[in-house]
Design a protein around this ligand. Structure first.
Ligand code: ABF
Length: 222
């Protein structure tokens, strides 16, 4: 199977998981990236089964609207049962690195509101220890050099992601060479640096369910 077929399979597994639990008032949190895009395209075939969606990025909002799926502002939504999104890495505890697509802050906000965060990924994303994928950190532009110096003190090698502005108007530093033994602790330490908006570790609020696309089928890890 190709990587795209694995992504398609986990997207379908997420649909199969949530569909029986939806009603015409349900609003679904929808993530960003190529795996999430497969999910959006499949979700569009079930428009009558739910009310609408909250998007974790402008790109996702556009894709949802393109399918005729209503997109709600998160502030107008009190109840979000499911958030479905991809990841750049996951460990067995479902702690994640996200933000390769620069949408980490909105993704973390939607994940915080959702009762159940379903991560969908192909098997290449499951790792024993997080950190081979450079950790994205969203930073207020004027704080870039200050935050980079603090990240070096934490043992990382931050690299400015040239030419990228987030949906929130901020920049991204990708932090290389971190061996992340305590993801929740590092998440907190980085978030405590003045000028950091958020970082791509999802450990304090990990996923609740990982649907992992493998050559032997979709594995479900809780
Ligand atoms: C988003 O999309 C991100 O948090 C992560 O960076 C990325 C995964 O992308 P893909 O599904 O294209 O591998 O969920």
């Amino acid at each position: 199977m190709t990587q795209d077929q694995l992504k398609q399979a986990v997207a379908q597994a997420a649909i199969d998981f949530i569909l029986p639990k939806l009603d015409d008032k349900s609003i679904i949190g929808v993530g960003t990236g190529s795996t999430a895009n497969f999910f959006i395209d499949l979700l569009a075939q079930h428009k009558m089964a739910f009310d609408g969606a909250v998007a974790s990025s402008e790109a996702t909002a556009q894709r949802l609207k393109g399918h005729g799926i209503p997109v709600y502002d998160l502030n107008s939504v009190s109840d979000l049962e499911f958030y479905v999104d991809g990841a750049d890495e996951s460990n067995e505890r479902l702690e994640l690195i996200k933000g390769g697509g620069a949408a980490l802050t909105r993704e973390k906000i939607v994940a915080a509101v959702a009762k159940t965060f379903i991560c969908i990924a192909d098997e290449s994303k499951l790792v024993p220890i997080l950190g081979a994928f450079p950790l994205p950190v969203e930073v207020i532009p004027m704080a870039r050099s200050h935050v980079a110096r603090q990240l070096v003190k934490l043992g990382g090698d931050p690299v400015y992601r040239e030419g990228v502005l987030t949906d929130n108007g901020n920049i991204i530093l990708d932090v290389y060479n971190l061996q992340i033994d305590s993801p929740a602790k590092l998440e907190e330490q980085i978030n405590n640096i003045v000028g950091v908006v958020t970082n791509g570790l999802f450990a304090q609020r990990p996923a609740n369910l990982l649907l992992l696309g493998t050559k032997d089928g979709v594995k479900s890890i809780k």
